[in-house]
Design a protein. Structure first.
Length: 354
């Protein structure tokens, strides 16, 4: 059996348990850094390309636990009294909640010098979290079949009956569709429409005849490329562009009303066992060289300024910050939305399942 860091963690193994097999470069009293990472291609890339070099340089051992935003916050709650993690990754939507519950601490700019290179829009809750991998979020199409959408209003057209893939209410993206519906009804921009969601329910209900299916797997976006559906969304570009780059007929489309952001972020855990090492780890992820590598591999934009990309990569990225502005990328007010999300999604389910 091939031994990896992950299999050792799952087995609850230690260096003492395998004295003749493990031959790390560090001593047995090396510091240990526990990091919560995404259970995604991004998380696996960090495990493979970033962590080994970090361990070698700082002569430490980094143990990772994979999860999504909600499960990572749950892990912090479970270890609140005996903190285990020093760094926890979560989407920007989770940072206000984690801060309010006292699960995370404020990032120390003196210990994370690369924070100075981060665009201000990606520093959250007065420094309690920082984004590092940014996706745009909008609709997606098969460009060989469908022209780019000029307005979200088009998806409500009867000509798209049973041709639209709608994202599951389990995902954050479903909240974004609620904002779209409110915006279309009120004529307000997303920044204002997010506070008027209750005015958009009747509009959203008129979309039901056009919905082919509500999907809950990124693999299902390929139904658009295969001609089984015409339009899908709202979806993050990180789920679409890797297929586009491989030559599949699928692409993002950005209506005039604008688009949204999906932001993978990092936090320092309150009462972290290794705060200095944790800060160094966050600083490493924000290093322009590392940020560039992650962007090239995932086709998601970095949050730090001053990086040059080849045209074949740059075309997929909402980068630099001026391009994000030109695309009309909008980050919702999660402090307002999160407390209301539960009731909203219950109603969302009612609209499309009744």
């Amino acid at each position: 059996m091939r031994l990896t860091r992950r299999t050792l963690i799952k087995a609850g193994a230690s260096t003492l348990a395998f004295p003749t097999i493990i031959n790390h470069a560090w001593s047995q009293d090396a510091k240990q850094l526990h990091v919560g990472v995404y259970n995604s291609a991004l998380g696996r890339l960090i495990q493979k390309e970033v962590i080994p070099k970090f361990e070698a340089e700082f002569k430490c051992r980094v143990f990772t636990t994979e999860g999504a935003t909600l499960s990572n916050i749950a892990a912090l709650r479970a270890t609140r009294d005996t903190p285990r993690f020093s760094v926890m990754m979560m989407d920007d939507v989770g940072i206000p909640q984690a801060k309010q519950e006292g699960l995370i601490g404020k990032l120390d700019a003196d210990k994370i010098p690369n924070l100075a290179k981060v665009y201000p829009r990606y520093i959250f809750e007065d420094g309690f979290g920082v984004g590092f991998s940014i996706s745009s979020a909008a609709m997606f199409i098969n460009p060989q079949v469908t022209k780019p959408l000029k307005s979200y209003e088009e998806i409500f057209d009867a000509k798209y009956r049973k041709q639209i893939l709608l994202n599951t209410p389990k995902n954050t993206q479903s909240v974004l569709m609620l904002i779209v519906a409110a915006s279309l009804v009120t004529g307000k921009p997303f920044k204002e429409a997010q506070y008027l969601v209750d005015q958009g329910w009747d509009k959203l209900a008129t979309l039901k005849p056009n919905v082919l299916t509500i999907y809950d797997s990124e693999a299902q976006v390929l139904q658009v490329a295969q001609g089984q559906a015409t339009i899908g969304g709202i979806e993050y570009s990180k789920a679409i562009y890797p297929h586009t780059a491989k030559g599949l007929p699928i692409d993002m489309t950005f209506p005039k009303e604008g688009a949204f952001t999906g932001i993978n972020s990092m936090t320092i855990v309150k009462n972290a066992p290794e705060p200095e090492l944790g800060a160094a780890f966050i600083n490493r992820i924000l290093d322009p060289t590392v940020a560039k590598m992650l962007s090239e591999q995932t086709l998601s934009a970095p949050s730090v300024s001053g990086i040059d990309f080849k045209p074949e990569t740059a075309k997929f990225l909402a980068y630099p910050d001026t391009k994000a502005t030109d695309l009309g990328l909008f980050t919702p007010d999660w402090n307002f939305i999160v407390p209301r999300r539960g009731p909203w999604l219950e109603k969302y389910n009612e609209v499309f399942t009744s």
